[in-house]
Ligand binder design. Structure first.
Ligand code: THU
Length: 141
């Protein structure tokens, strides 16, 4: 990971700890029998509420949905329209895929992101760093 900044888990404040724990718990519920790569995501909405998601795979592989998008669908379908933070847990500490980056931009272009691996390492990055010069949300008001 090049742009992400590695941080000690102990320095995370209570809100990040809570979001990370939610992503980690969501990862346990991943449905990934094909790739065996479980992903857990948790978004904190601007309201303060946390919404989680896990990847859901399908025998027809193109139907697979990433954990981040499941978390965003969960937040938006509960009435949220703006996101404040994302935590993502994978075995490797992977960052969100390109498609999910674009979906996240829709709800907060400057989203802070915490990625973690299952060995206990954590890194801070941001959506602005991961998707510079993104196609922006069209103002719908
Ligand atoms: N996956 C995610 O859930 N999020 C990402 O950002 C990238 C990939 C999932 C999709 C699939 O179930 C598995 O990881 C392997 O690609």
């Amino acid at each position: 990971m090049t742009t992400a900044r590695q941080v000690d888990r102990e320095i995370l404040d209570a809100q990040w700890q809570e979001l990370l724990a939610a992503a980690s718990a969501a990862r346990e519920r991943a449905y990934a029998p094909y790739s065996r790569f479980s992903v857990g995501a948790a978004v904190r909405a601007a309201s303060g509420e946390i919404y989680t998601g896990a990847n859901v795979e399908n025998a027809s592989s193109g139907m697979t949905v990433c954990a981040e998008r499941v978390a965003v669908w969960n937040a938006v379908s509960h009435g949220e329209r703006s996101l404040a933070a994302l935590a993502l847990v994978t075995e490797t500490g992977a960052t969100p895929c390109g498609a999910c980056r674009q979906v996240l931009v829709e709800f907060e272009a400057d989203l802070p992101i915490l990625v973690a691996d299952t060995a206990g390492h954590t890194w801070f990055t941001s959506l602005a760093a991961l998707l510079p010069d993104a196609f922006p949300r069209v103002n719908y008001r």
